[in-house]
Design a protein around this ligand. Structure first.
Ligand code: ADP
Ligand code: ADP
Ligand code: ZN
Length: 214
């Protein structure tokens, strides 16, 4: 199954991608996670990307497209994958179509997670991530049992640099201008499945499963 999880920052893409990964045994391909790993490693790509990420801007299409193309050719993507946070621009969506055509495959579904803006801001403000295993928490909505410590692996949880309020507003604007047009792009291709993204995490996952027909 080849899926895209589309939605604004804080919509729950990462959270739902992890559940989908377990259900279908396919990898989560998160460009945000890949970029943060590059920043942490201090590679040239990471150093370049950080300048955009810190401002809440998008990393240039050419960089991202190359990154994803390589990732999708890895053997673990052979039976499918969940694209999380990619594509984010029309140019990326068009490049993805070309890559998939070259690989003689196509997308199965594009899930659009719909969440009101006020709730996005609250979610992002309280988001915490495990430094060791990437598990996701929220200080109010889904806290870890011990403050600052991951339930799954005991590693430290942290707040992302770009989750500060001002950067978040910028990212939401960028989403509305550059990414939201992808909704009609995929609707026109008959691939769009709209999923209300509010409520309990498990309830949303059930809606997603229903939208996928599983
Ligand atoms: P969120 O889901 O909260 O928006 P991500 O982890 O997906 O956050 O992305 C964090 C940042 O990484 C983005 O603000 C952007 O700078 C960069 N980024 C991630 N994916 C892409 C992409 N497909 N194209 C351009 N920039 C990206
Ligand atoms: P995205 O990848 O779309 O940016 P995340 O999956 O990182 O979003 O979720 C953003 C924050 O909201 C995280 O702190 C997460 O724990 C929390 N969250 C996710 N789903 C829900 C939900 N249904 N209700 C409340 N909080 C949620
Ligand atoms: Zn952990």
């Amino acid at each position: 199954m080849r899926l895209i999880l589309l939605g604004p920052p804080g919509a729950g893409k990462g959270t739902q991608a992890k559940l989908l990964m377990d259900r279908f045994a396919i990898p989560q391909v998160s460009t945000g996670d890949m970029l943060r790993a590059a920043v942490k490693a201090g590679s040239r790509l990471g150093q370049e990307a950080k300048q955009y990420m810190d401002r809440g801007a998008l990393v240039p299409d050419a960089v991202i497209i190359g990154l994803v193309r390589e990732r999708l050719m890895q053997p673990d993507c052979g039976d499918g994958y969940i694209l999380d946070g990619f594509p984010r621009t029309l140019a990326q969506a068009e490049a993805l179509e070309k890559t998939l055509a070259a690989l003689r495959t196509s997308l199965d579904h594009v899930l659009s997670l719909e969440v009101p803006t006020e709730e996005l801001v609250l979610r992002i403000a309280g988001r915490r991530t495990c430094k060791s295993c990437g598990a996701m928490y929220h200080v109010h909505f889904s806290p870890s049992h011990r403050d600052g410590q991951c339930d799954a692996c005991g590693g430290p949880t942290y707040q992302r640099d770009d989750d500060q309020e001002e950067t978040v507003r910028q990212r939401l604007t960028v989403y509305a201008e550059q990414t939201a047009p992808l909704i009609s792009f995929y609707e026109a291709r008959g691939l769009l499945r709209r999923v209300p993204g509010t409520g309990e995490i498990t309830e949303i996952f059930q809606r997603i499963s229903a939208a996928l027909g599983t």
